[in-house]
Design a protein around this ligand. Structure first.
Ligand code: CFM
Ligand code: HCA
Length: 536
């Protein structure tokens, strides 16, 4: 693997090669507890084709977009609103909130024109908020800043404050200009701060239920949240709020009444979990419902946390019941998939979580990476104290959070909360992706470039490549199946047990389809095309 890395990087100018080398690592343990250091969450080198998106995408598209009854208004050119409009396939079920509001099928934007860029866009923003209010009478409106808003200096916070006073509903803005930070990741943080400051904790109604949790970092892509919700219901676990798949303002506002926060996608939402622990005394733990074994392990972890025999027994019953069909499906696909290779490059946590599903099919993930996750998502949270805070991350506000004078209520004894252990379960812990990859033969590659992607494909010829829409057709032209792990193409759900079976069938169908063997790229038919490329 080291020589493959050298070969790939040799094509770059020396300075670029040196930089990329830190993002391109062969998985190795440094010692008992730590892994090879990887560079992450820094600027992409100009000129390199990256798959990253922007801060606005992370804030509006990812974290806030899936909430059905907040009017999410994009202040910017029409393309920003349009291209963040349900492209993630986040689903919702409005029948679970009394008013049944669902604005997700609409795209709200101020549609900035040259006129606003020259003379300022605050007037148009004020009008847009008024119009949205008059038409829909929503409970909440939030405004998202795009690049030009920051460049021309529109004050979205002053406008939203003014309109909140005028209209008497919650209206607030996000400074999530696209260029802020180095990727979508900055937008997650900005969104987390906004949710924490303006939404969470506004409704103290105590709901019924014995085991009340929030599910953080689950966005209901392809219906994943629906299926986790169904599973929890079977076990007797109640979800107060999901952040933010299938969510509503009402759920968010009440979420501080839960006893436990469960984190699915660590990258996008760990800030809210930490802040809720500080302010309200709610502990958090990492779980993962992608993969049948991971699902069982996560359910057991939750039951063990509560330490209640009734829940422990119920969870075991559900696992035993669900695993019958899972094991049957596994045995079937394993006969055709054992030993096959996968590569996966997704934004954040999925590049880790989906490895579970491939392992269950007997496949190996030979290379994986994140577009924008941080070192802790690769190496584990124990590296947090050693992560350098640079000017780009300092640009994103860190809220100062204190215990709520009335509502701070530690859900477990203070000493256990401080030690981060409850009934033998580690709280606030995440070991990252590298811990689950085979040493010395697999790669972790951060913010992989188009060129590196093609080289890895040429060298390893994986049986399936997983990534997003930008990579899709390039990969298919290499004559191999490509599965989108962002939008799931048109498939899903893939979470929990039913989702796992669904995923096994999909991958079996894709890999064992004969269609790929018939694909001939133009340069394979006409060798002179390849020769022209090689002689450049
Ligand atoms: Fe978390 Fe996500 Fe992901 Fe993400 Fe995303 Fe996504 Fe993703 Mo696309 S929140 S980090 S910012 S799991 S939108 S649902 S698929 S890149 S791996
Ligand atoms: C985003 C959203 C995205 C893009 C997916 C893709 C998603 O990062 O802004 O590149 O195919 O999941 O929809 O990650």
């Amino acid at each position: 693997p080291e020589s493959v890395k050298t070969e790939i990087l040799a094509k770059y100018p020396p300075k670029v090669a040196r930089k990329r080398s830190k993002h391109f690592v062969v998985n190795k343990k440094k010692d008992e507890k730590s892994y090879e250091e990887i560079q992450a969450n820094v600027r992409t080198i100009p000129g390199i084709i990256s798959q990253r998106g922007c801060c606005y995408a992370g804030c509006k598209g990812v974290v806030m977009g899936p909430t059905r009854d907040i009017i999410n208004l994009t202040h910017g050119p029409v393309g920003c609103g349009f291209y963040s409009w349900l492209t993630r396939r986040n689903q919702t079920d409005p029948s679970t909130t009394p008013d049944g509001d669902n604005f997700m099928t609409y795209c709200f934007t101020t549609d900035m024109q040259e006129r606003e860029i020259v003379f300022g866009g605050e007037k148009k923003l004020r009008q847009a908020i008024q119009e949205a209010y008059d038409t829909f009478k929503p409970k909440m409106i939030s405004v998202f800043s795009t690049c030009p808003v920051g460049l021309i200096g529109d004050d979205v916070h002053a406008v939203t404050r003014e309109m909140q006073k005028k209209l008497g509903i919650t209206i607030f803005g996000f400074s999530c200009e696209g260029y802020k930070g180095v990727s979508q990741s900055a937008g997650h943080h900005v969104a987390n701060n906004g949710l924490f400051q303006h939404v969470i904790g506004k409704d103290d109604t105590v709901q019924e239920g014995e085991y009340k949790v929030n599910l953080l970092g689950e966005y209901n892509i392809g219906g994943d949240e629906f299926i986790i919700d169904e599973l929890f219901e079977k076990c007797g676990i109640k979800i107060i709020s999901t952040f933010s798949g299938n969510s509503s303002v009402d759920h968010f506002q009440n979420s501080h009444t839960a006893d436990l926060n469960l984190i699915m996608c660590h990258r996008s939402i760990n800030y809210v979990a930490d802040m809720m622990e500080e302010k309200y005394g709610i502990p958090w733990m990492k779980i993962n419902f992608l993969g049948a074994n991971a699902t069982s392990a996560s359910l057991r972890k939750i039951a063990q946390y509560y330490g209640d025999q009734k829940l422990i027994d119920r969870v075991e019953e559900v696992i035993a019941e669900e695993m019958v069909a899972v094991e049957k499906a596994q045995a079937d696909v394993r006969s055709r998939l054992e030993g096959k290779l996968a590569m996966m490059f997704v934004g954040g946590s999925r590049a880790h979580h989906y490895q579970e599903l491939f392992n269950e099919m007997g496949m190996q993930t030979i290379a994986a990476g994140y577009e924008f996750a941080h070192r802790d998502d690769y190496e584990g949270r124990n590296v947090l104290p050693t992560i350098k805070v640079d000017a780009d991350s300092r640009n994103i506000e860190e809220l100062e959070v204190k215990k709520d004078p009335e509502r701070y209520n530690p859900r477990i004894p203070e000493d256990e909360l401080a030690a981060g252990v409850r009934n033998g379960i580690e709280l606030k812990a995440y070991d990252g992706m590298m811990a689950d990859m085979e040493e010395n033969v697999t790669y972790a590659i951060d913010d992989i470039s188009q060129y590196e992607t093609e080289k890895m494909i040429e060298i390893y010829k994986p049986d399936i490549f997983c990534a997003g829409i930008k990579e899709k057709y390039m990969v298919q032209k290499h004559g191999m199946p490509m599965k989108q792990l962002h939008s799931y193409d048109s498939g899903g759900p893939y979470a929990a047990y039913k989702g796992a079976i669904n995923f096994y069938c999909e991958i079996d169908r894709m890999i064992n389809s004969k269609v790929w063997k018939h694909i001939r790229a133009p340069w394979e038919e006409n060798p002179q095309l390849a020769a022209m490329y090689a002689n450049e």
